[in-house]
Design a protein around this ligand. Structure first.
Ligand SMILES: C[S@@+](CC[C@H](N)C(=O)[O-])C[C@H]1O[C@@H](n2cnc3c(N)ncnc32)[C@H](O)[C@@H]1O
Length: 231
C-alpha cells in the first residue's frame, strides 16, 4: 500500500515541503522537546505505512514532513489544553488518519470520532486497523452525524473548506458544543467555487473563540481558531 505517494492524496494531504518540515521541527524543539525524546519512536511509526516521501532531518533522521506537521499539532494541543487523557475527541476531515494516530499515541483518550466522506473513512479505517492503536474509534460519514458532546474538536484545513450548509450542520451537531476547539482554517474555498463561512462567521461559532497565528504560515490568510484553552 503506497497511498502516501498517490498524486491525488498528495494534493489533498501530503503536500508539506521539506522546508516546512524543518520549520515544524524547530517549533517542536522550542515548545515540546520531550516529544522528540524516547516517545518519538511512537510518532515516527506514522511513516511505516503508505510509503510516504521522507527527508533527512538533523538528530531525528528520515521522517515525513507531514508527520512533523502532525507532531507540531500535538505540541500545540498540549500547550493549549494540557493533558488530553480521558477526553472525547472529534476530528472533522481526517485524511488517512495520521493526526488521529499521533493523538492516540500521545494520550489514552476516552474516544476518538473521525468524521469524513465514506471513501476517505475506508482508508482511515484500514490505516488505523493496528493492534497498537487504542479504541474506541468511531467512524462517522456526513449522513450519520448526530448531535453529540465532545471535549475537543479538531479540524485542520477541513471545516473551513466545507460548504456553508455542511458547516452549519456540523457547527450545530459537533463543533459548538465541544468544550475545546483547534481548527486550522484556510481561505481557499472560493478558488474551488465553494461558498464557505467567512472568517468572521467562523470566529462567531463558539463564545470565547479566538484566532492564533498558523506557525509556520503555510498559506496567506491561514489562522487557527481556538477556544477552551488555558491561555
Ligand atoms: C485538505 S484535507 C485535510 C485532511 C487532514 N485534516 C490533514 O490535515 O491532512 C480536507 C479533508 O476534508 C474532508 N472532507 C471533505 N468533505 C467533507 C465533509 N462533508 N465532511 C467531513 N470531511 C470532509 C476530505 O475528505 C479531507 O479528508
Amino acid at each position: 500500500m503506497s497511498f502516501r505517494r498517490d498524486p491525488i492524496l498528495i494534493a489533498m494531504f501530503e503536500h508539506v515541503t521539506e522546508e516546512q518540515g524543518a520549520a515544524y521541527l524547530d517549533i517542536i524543539k522550542r515548545d515540546s522537546p520531550d516529544l522528540l525524546g524516547e516517545q518519538f519512536a511512537l510518532y515516527r511509526r506514522n511513516d511505516k505505512w503508505g510509503s510516504p516521501i521522507t527527508h533527512e532531518y538533523p538528530k531525528i533522521g528520515r521522517v515525513s514532513p507531514v508527520t512533523l506537521r502532525y507532531l507540531k499539532i500535538i505540541s500545540d494541543l498540549e500547550l493549549l489544553f494540557g493533558d488530553l487523557t480521558g477526553k472525547r475527541i472529534v476530528e472533522i476531515g481526517v485524511g488517512y488518519g495520521g493526526q488521529a494516530r499521533l493523538v492516540l499515541a500521545r494520550w489514552r483518550v476516552q474516544s476518538y470520532t473521525l468524521v469524513d466522506l465514506e471513501p476517505v473513512l475506508d482508508l482511515a479505517r484500514r490505516y488505523l486497523n493496528d493492534p497498537d492503536i487504542q479504541r474506541p474509534l468511531n467512524y462517522v460519514p456526513p449522513s450519520s452525524v448526530v448531535q453529540a458532546s465532545y471535549d475537543l474538536c479538531i479540524s485542520n484545513y477541513s471545516f473551513s473548506e466545507l460548504d456553508r450548509n455542511v458547516q452549519s450542520a456540523y457547527a450545530g451537531s459537533l463543533v459548538s458544543s465541544a468544550d475545546r476547539g483547534y481548527l486550522i482554517c484556510n481561505v481557499i474555498s472560493q478558488v474551488h467555487g465553494i461558498e464557505s463561512w467567512s472568517k468572521s462567521e467562523l470566529g462567531q461559532m463558539h463564545p470565547g473563540a479566538h484566532w492564533i497565528p498558523e506557525e509556520p504560515l503555510t498559506f496567506a490568510g491561514n489562522e487557527v481558531l481556538v477556544w477552551g484553552d488555558a491561555r
